[in-house]
Ligand binder design. Structure first.
Ligand code: ADP
Ligand code: MG
Length: 258
């Protein structure tokens, strides 16, 4: 479904992404992990179109999308959440969902046209996603006034609206407590059961190792390991990357399982 071919992205002298090949099959959940600064968010931005690669190609559904603008990728069904939540904080929960659906299908011009006359199809989809994120009782609350975990849930629902087939989730569990993470785990599984394909960037090991079919590990913009979650957890290179030293295998093992 998604292929990155030798993708490179430099920022000045920083090689944020340094020649990545990555394939995500339809229906798969692929975990993308790595220490801070290893290039994970840059990869999300390269797939979503916020950044263009210095070199390399991004292919989605057999089509080269390397040069497409972000909104063109959105309309082809690539949706994402942000490491730092980005909602319309001055709009209500329901308006955030409804607006996302209109923008996805008709662009920003469509949103301007329909703001005062929301049509029924958009309403139904917004209602369905309101239920998905469990915020029916807060539908009219301003998104900016939601609790942190609720904002993350709303952002996930907003990304998933209109049946977007490919979801890029950038650290969706960041800042969540254990209960909220369990809840997120269930929602990710629900999305998979709907046939979504997910690239999950996550630091929370139990979540990413539990829910991913396959895990890819980055360090300094390069892929250092990939495989089934249990294979990756055993990999000495991965353990070393997480602790920056390879003597403390036992400790690294713990860090990866925590
Ligand atoms: P991760 O998400 O794995 O923590 P990032 O992809 O955010 O890592 O960052 C990878 C590297 O690229 C870091 O060294 C970061 O400082 C750098 N970087 C990311 N985005 C930019 C940018 N817009 N301008 C300059 N440097 C950037
Ligand atoms: Mg990041």
């Amino acid at each position: 479904m998604l292929e990155l071919h030798n993708v490179v992205r430099h920022f000045g002298g920083i090689k944020a992404v340094d020649g990545i090949d990555l394939t995500v099959q339809s229906g798969e959940i692929v975990g993308l992990i790595g220490p801070n600064g290893s290039g994970k968010s840059t990869i999300v931005n390269l797939i979503a179109g916020l950044y263009r690669p210095t070199s390399g190609r991004v292919v989605y559904l057999q089509e080269d999308i390397t040069e497409l603008a972000p909104h063109e990728r959105t309309s082809r069904g690539i949706a994402r959440t942000f490491q730092n939540i980005r909602l319309f904080s001055a709009l209500s929960v329901w308006q955030n969902l409804w607006a996302a659906r209109v923008v996805r299908e008709s662009g920003w011009a469509g949103l301007r046209q329909r703001w005062f006359a929301p049509e029924s199809k958009g309403r139904e989809q917004a209602e369905a996603m309101l239920e998905f994120c469990g915020l029916q009782h807060k539908r009219d609350m301003l998104a900016g006034n939601l609790a942190f975990g609720e904002q993350r849930r709303l952002e996930l629902a907003r990304a998933a609206i209109s049946g977007a087939p490919l979801l890029l989730l950038d650290e969706p569990a960041a800042g969540m407590n254990a209960e909220e993470i369990d809840d997120l785990d269930q929602r990710i599984r629900t999305l998979r059961a709907q046939g979504r394909t997910i690239l999950l960037i996550e630091h929370h090991m139990e979540l990413v190792m539990g829910v991913s079919d396959r895990v890819v590990v980055l360090n300094f913009g390069r892929k250092i390991a990939q495989g089934m979650p249990h294979e990756v957890q055993q990999d000495p290179q991965v353990q070393a990357a997480y602790l920056g030293a390879d003597e403390d295998d036992e400790l690294a093992q713990l860090a990866l399982q925590a």
